[in-house]
Design a protein around this ligand. Sequence first.
Ligand SMILES: Nc1ncnc2c1ncn2[C@@H]1O[C@H](COP(=O)(O)OP(=O)(O)O)[C@@H](O)[C@H]1O
Ligand SMILES: [Mg+2]
Length: 354
Amino acid sequence: MTTPHELLEVLKQVKYPGFSRDIVSFGIVRDIQIGSHGVTVDLAMPTASDDAVTQIRRDVEAAIAGATDLPVEVSIERAPPRPAPGPRTARTGIPGVRSVVAIASGKGGVGKSTVAVNVACALAQRHAVGLLDADVYGPSVPMMLGLDEERPQVRPDRRIVPIEKFGLRAISMGMFVGERTPVIWRGPMVTKLITEFFRNVEWGELEYLILDLPPGTGDAQLTVAQQVPLAGGVIVTTPQDVALLDVKRGITMFQQVNATVLGVVENMSFHICSGCGARAEIFGHGGGEQMARQFGVPFLGAIPLVRDIRAAGDRGVPIVVADPQHPQSRAFIEIAGAVETQLEERAAGMPSGG
Ligand SMILES: Nc1ncnc2c1ncn2[C@@H]1O[C@H](COP(=O)(O)OP(=O)(O)O)[C@@H](O)[C@H]1O
Ligand SMILES: [Mg+2]
């Protein structure tokens, strides 16, 4: 005789499409009942795409069929359709926050945080912008904004006040533990922390909340996707590992949770000599653009590899703030503009130019 508990174990082998995490650990499985008529599995998938729903249904049916001869019925609860663009809050569920934009990459070290910080600062010239560092394993936002020593105020009602810098409101795990503290986080802790950052931070009125996601497709990504409808996702890649598979995974991940892929950014695209200004295409150039075309998503721009970018990041003043006229700053500002254009086009229901 099979028990619900045993079937739950079986469902731990079913991954959420596009993610490395299983559906049980994400709390998608709400109930398993075994009755005289067979097995009923109740799932709740608030942000899933139709494709993801279809695939999970198939995978769950197959997994249960492999464990018992009883007939299986899978019932899937979906969230109501996303409300049309309207008053703030309506789209994101975070009071006051209009659009949440996630910056993702397949692997670390490609400049995801650099892009997140500089694009956020560029957008902050014209809008109210928040930056949520969801990379709890390697938070680099505090250093890049020069906030290593800052400790956010936690009010008696447990609301967290984000730190303001360069016109941004920022929050990061690194502000609580210090970024050199090695943190070993288990999945449920990551989920809890990110949920806390969404729900309990006093973001106030924001046009954009930019998320610096950890690399890959794990707990943080799915938590984010389940907690808030994303207005869109940006994928950062580098040419040397024109990591086709990584970019494809990123695109799949966003699509599976119904988030629009706003486009691909190619970072460290070519080298500009800080002495003579000469441009060298050390890794070959244009891979990101080709890749974007291949996957049918927009190409948002290329950022050269320049020592000044790193130096600015290490000094705690992003280059778009330190030197807005710098060619690299202009690259970031153009990418910020491309992100806005994509968001506006999507909101207006226009087809993407990608
Ligand atoms: N275009 C660039 N030119 C020079 N250095 C860069 C550039 N982009 C990122 N870096 C540097 O590379 C390192 C990794 O970047 P980071 O943004 O932390 O990557 P990720 O968030 O993807 O792990 C940092 O030291 C950063 O300053
Ligand atoms: Mg990072």
